[in-house]
Design a binder for this molecule. Structure first.
Ligand code: ZN
Ligand code: ZN
Length: 226
């Protein structure tokens, strides 16, 4: 059995120190300086400076590590909402505080799915029941497509908020009706100074290629003023 490493234990009164292991039992006499104790009238402990230093640096290291882990977690969370250098959650918050949008309007929950390639049909959806917007992004997706989809889905939530009972004769909720189109126009006009009618927003409220280019340009312009 190897000999346990020993440390110098000493008092603050300048009396002779001793060498002892790092862990001492509570009642081990080596923990105490008797001359100091006699003077003070109660037990005075010795300290092992090397051990104190070790413990302090261990605590600091643990704290540094914890901070680093938290920093990385926060960065991952933030990165989740970034696409093409734009924080989509931030963008959504801006759109929700536009002129014309009811005030206050709770910022919807934003879900982002990262697909490997462009989805065949659906770039996103809105779920009014949960006040939620879901976007799909993929490598190389045009920013304007993503922003256009964000505006589109937000318009769904705004239209639904205005009239949750907007059903057609067959009892189906009207997703892309008058109210939706009005809201999409309001969001695009006030958010990106972009009139969807000029930009070729299709009847169903889908932004076409021309619209997307315009939206991208409008987005760059609007960054200056926002
Ligand atoms: Zn002492
Ligand atoms: Zn839609």
């Amino acid at each position: 059995m190897g000999k346990a490493k020993r440390f110098r234990w000493e008092c603050s009164g300048g009396h002779a120190g001793i060498l002892a292991p790092s862990r001492l039992k509570l009642r081990d006499v080596r923990r105490f300086c008797f001359p100091c104790s006699t003077d003070a009238g109660e037990l005075v402990e010795r300290r092992a400076p090397a051990l104190d230093k070790q413990r302090a640096s261990r605590t600091t290291r643990a704290k540094d590590k914890r901070q680093e882990v938290n920093r990385r977690k926060a960065a991952r969370r933030a990165a989740h909402f970034f696409f093409g250098g734009v924080c989509l959650r931030n963008e959504l918050a801006i759109l929700c505080s536009l002129d014309g949008v009811p005030n206050p309007f709770k910022i919807p929950t934003l879900q982002i799915r990262r697909a490997r390639k462009m989805p065949r049909s659906c770039f996103g959806f809105a779920r009014p029941r949960d006040h939620l917007i879901h976007l799909t992004v993929w490598p190389g997706a045009p920013l304007a497509t993503i922003l256009g989809t964000l505006a589109h889905e937000l318009a769904h939530l705004l239209a639904h908020d205005e009239d949750p009972q907007d059903y057609d004769a067959g009892g189906r909720y009207v997703w892309h009706g008058e109210k939706f189109r009005w809201w999409l126009r309001t969001v695009l006009m006030n958010g990106y100074a972009t009139d969807p009618r000029q930009l070729g927003i299709l009847g169903a409220g889908v932004v076409d290629d021309v619209g997307l280019t315009g939206l991208a340009m409008a987005y760059d312009r609007s960054k200056v003023s926002r």
